[in-house]
Design a protein around this ligand. Structure first.
Ligand SMILES: Nc1nc2c(ncn2[C@@H]2O[C@H](COP(=O)(O)OP(=O)(O)OP(=O)(O)O)[C@@H](O)[C@H]2O)c(=O)[nH]1
Ligand SMILES: [Mg+2]
Length: 747
């Protein structure tokens, strides 16, 4: 399992820059690890301590990597290195994400330093369950400080936790924190500094006299050997040494004589102790609790066998509808902005290759993708809202039944739901699944979930052919089509999972482990941060990958240059004049021979056709013609295998959007509508658009996804398999869509 530290931390200051204080532990940057149950609020605390923006959401299993940041404990001291970890219920954990946490906490990680202090993050609304891990942490002997989170929620449930009594019972400091309001953070820093040199006291639970006697005997009465004796006696594996093994077996036999379920003793003893500790520290008011009732009441509807799916569909529909209607105005503005920018650049610079590159390659390529920023922002606004409120976990619960029906792991759903944002975090989230085969099956179907990069493609197709119509007066056909595309991806994923789980990835059906967190009011800051992070990623992608591909494509379209005699400059100028007079409709890609066709556009079309990109597109045209695609779409398809959005920028370039100096230079939507085939028929029809969308739902067109699957599976075999089978499916489905549609007379 490879894990990466996010970025070099600024905390690694050389020790000699710091005045040496008396305490050696404090002289260098302390390493502080955040440990706790899933969904306890570790990452929220981490973000508050470090000012970083790691993902926070209301379901277990959000963090699957180790992340590090700097936490300034006190002004005179070097900042501590705080490590945020995946959640775990106990140190005996076994899924890949839990192993990452366990290895760091026990100091066994090959890549992370052993923590000087462990901050045990404890959810106050779930004290007893959270304390189980705390007992194990106390037993590691490492300094421990308890951070109580969700105290605001506990209070609303009329539960009050007496931090002092809890601290006295556990033998370590207990600090209540509220990450969102930055409350308790200074006290936590003081407690960490105070704990740094102190070994944890261990936990106070005790076994029966019988068991204690056996441990004493195996450990020969030495304190240090006690842990080893305990591990030998209760561990899954017997010691290698024969004599020792015989001793252990004999001890177990004696114990079994006294208590047939002797091996349950440590667990029972732990829980007994935990109960005692918790009941001493919790003051519960007798008044009925308000919030869980609400959670229960909402859940009765949204997890209902019948109403649940209806609510889920309605929620999705509302989201897409909103994405559509709210985004259109800002999108138009951005589109106009890039249009004017292109014109301004064209007007200011002399005509030539460089201007053409800037206007036609860079501005229309990158602009063509950036136009979709408002939609991406809205999509993530809703995703963040649904995740942080806890509804996403319910969606997972509903779909879980379906997934388990086909043999997928109950935990597969969170990874699949995150893949609706982007397959990359989704595939990484599959780390929460213990069984390697279940995990692999989840990874292999994650890219079927419609990610945000597909949105521009869907939107372009819908804007060009469907957007005007409404069903029932308010639901736009566009939103319905997008919903169908999402459902198509989901259904194919379920089908493929069934096949995988019954063939190459057979494994016994796993138990259900899905925890429904209580509903919480979403943190608006969280939502805003998710939107900001995602918007930034999108813009960064437009400025790097998309920019590079746009320039490459521009070059492939612009070269080889036509020989000068083919289009003389004077003729060109004359035709340009004519174009201006006849208006933008006459511009475009129509075939030679169409009457209104200016000679220049014909030459232009000829040039694109003979360019490297054109040759490439024409080379694959016979293969994609049965899907309804012509060679220009073929160029778009080829480039979209690097990143899906490039279909949009490629079409902008191939269709020469922004080529004209006209003030009303047509947008991509109009260019798509106007594109013609050699015989004069429109290149795109609603059927072609649907066929294209279906292809984009099913094909694995994303270099980053391939790279991440390579990293997560540690081989090239699975990513290549994934790209291959998805391509076959995409081709087949598009073929059926297009040919079937034609048979039904939709062409
Ligand atoms: N009301 C309230 N909500 C909180 C508090 N701390 C965290 N949350 C919310 O609890 C949820 C879980 O928070 P995270 O920080 O993602 O939890 P985590 O422990 O990192 O979870 P995993 O990474 O899945 O193990 C989010 O919805 C947070 O907004 C708190 O003190 N009060
Ligand atoms: Mg987390």
């Amino acid at each position: 399992m490879s894990t990466t530290l996010e970025a070099p931390t600024p905390t690694d200051k050389p020790d000699d820059l710091v005045a040496p204080p008396a305490d050696a532990h404090v002289a260098r940057a302390l390493v502080v690890a955040l440990a706790g149950n899933p969904n306890a609020g570790k990452t929220s605390l981490f973000n508050a301590l470090t000012g970083l923006r790691q993902k926070v959401a209301n379901y277990p299993g959000v963090t699957v990597e180790r992340k590090e940041g700097a936490w300034s404990l006190a002004p005179a001291l070097p900042a501590a290195r705080v490590i945020d970890l995946p959640g775990l219920y106990s140190l005996d954990a076994n899924s890949p994400d839990e192993r990452i946490a366990r290895d760091v906490l026990t100091g066994r990680s090959a890549v992370a330093p052993a923590p000087d202090v462990v901050v045990a993050v404890v959810d106050a609304t779930n004290l007893e369950r959270n304390l189980y891990l705390v007992t194990q942490l106390l037993e590691t002997g490492r300094p421990v400080v308890v951070a109580l989170t969700m105290v605001d929620l506990a209070e609303r449930e009329r539960t009050e936790i007496d931090a002092e009594r809890l601290s006295a019972a556990l033998g370590v400091s207990v600090v209540a924190v509220t990450a969102r309001q930055h409350r308790g953070l200074e006290e936590l820093a003081l407690a960490v500094l105070g704990a740094a040199a102190k070994r944890a006291p261990g936990a106070g639970w005790q076994l029966s006299a019988h068991a204690e006697a056996e441990i004493e005997r195996l450990g020969a009465g030495e304190a240090a050997a006690r842990a080893e004796a305990f591990a030998d006696l209760y561990g899954d594996e017997l010691p290698e040494d024969e004599m020792r093994r015989a001793q252990v077996l004999a001890a177990r036999a004696r114990l079994a004589g006294a208590n047939p379920v002797w091996w349950q003793e440590p667990l029972a003893a732990r829980y007994e102790w935990i109960e005692r500790v918790a009941s001493g520290a919790v003051k519960k008011s007798s008044r009925p609790t308000a919030r869980p009732r609400a959670t229960e009441r909402i859940d009765r509807v949204v997890t209902h066998r019948l109403f649940g799916p209806v609510v889920l569909l309605a929620v999705m529909l509302v989201v897409f509808q909103a994405i559509f209607s709210w985004a259109s105005l800002p999108m138009e503005l951005i589109d106009k902005g890039f249009g004017s920018l292109g014109e301004a650049v064209r007007a200011a610079m002399p005509e030539g290759l460089l201007t053409d590159l800037l206007v036609n390659g860079v501005i229309s390529g990158v602009g063509g993708v950036l136009v979709f920023l408002p939609q991406i922002l809205l999509l993530f606004f809703f995703i963040a809202l649904l995740e942080d409120s806890g509804y996403m976990a319910r969606a997972a619960f509903l779909l879980d039944r379906l997934m388990r029906g086909v043999g997928l792991h109950g935990k597969a759903f969170m990874p699949l739901l995150s893949s609706f944002a982007c397959a990359i975090p989704g595939i990484m989230a599959a780390r929460t699944i213990e069984n390697p085969k279940d995990r692999l099956a989840t990874i292999l179907i994650a890219p079927f979930m419609s990610c945000s990069a597909r949105l521009p493609v869907y939107t372009l197709m819908i804007a060009a052919f469907f957007s005007e119509d409404k069903v029932f007066g308010f639901v736009s056909v566009g939103a319905l089509i997008i919903l169908s595309m999402y459902l198509l991806g989901l259904s194919v994923a379920v089908g493929v999972a069934w096949v995988l789980k019954h063939t190459i990835l057979k494994a016994p059906p796993p138990p259900l482990v899905l925890e429904l967190p209580p509903y919480r009011v979403p943190g608006l800051l969280n939502v805003a941060q998710t939107m900001r992070t995602r918007a930034w990623l999108f813009v960064k992608r437009a400025g790097t990958v998309i920019l590079a591909i746009s320039i490459l494509l521009w070059a492939l379209v612009a070269f080889p240059r036509p020989r000068p005699e083919a289009v003389s400059e004077t003729a060109r100028a004359a035709v340009e004049q004519a174009t201006r007079e006849t208006g933008p409709e006459s511009r475009g890609e129509a075939a030679p021979g169409v009457e209104t066709q200016p000679a220049d556009a014909a030459a232009e079309g000829e040039q694109v056709r003979n360019s490297y990109a054109g040759r490439l597109g024409r080379a694959i045209e016979p293969a994609i013609a049965p899907l309804g695609f012509d060679w220009k779409m073929g160029v778009g398809l080829i480039s979209s295998f690097a990143a899906r959005e490039t279909l949009v920028s490629t079409l902008s370039i191939v269709y020469n959007v922004g080529k004209d100096a006209e003030a009303d230079s047509p947008s991509l939507v109009e260019a798509v509508r106007a594109a013609k085939r050699p015989d004069g028929r429109p290149a795109w029809t609603p059927l072609v658009a649907v066929s294209m969308m279906v292809f984009f739902v099913l094909a694995c067109q994303c270099m980053s996804t391939v790279a991440v699957v390579r990293r997560e599976t540690n081989s090239w075999r699975w990513p290549l398999f994934m790209v291959g089978y998805m391509l076959v499916l995409a081709y087949g489905a598009s073929f059926v869509t297009y040919q079937g549609g034609r048979l039904l007379g939709f062409e």
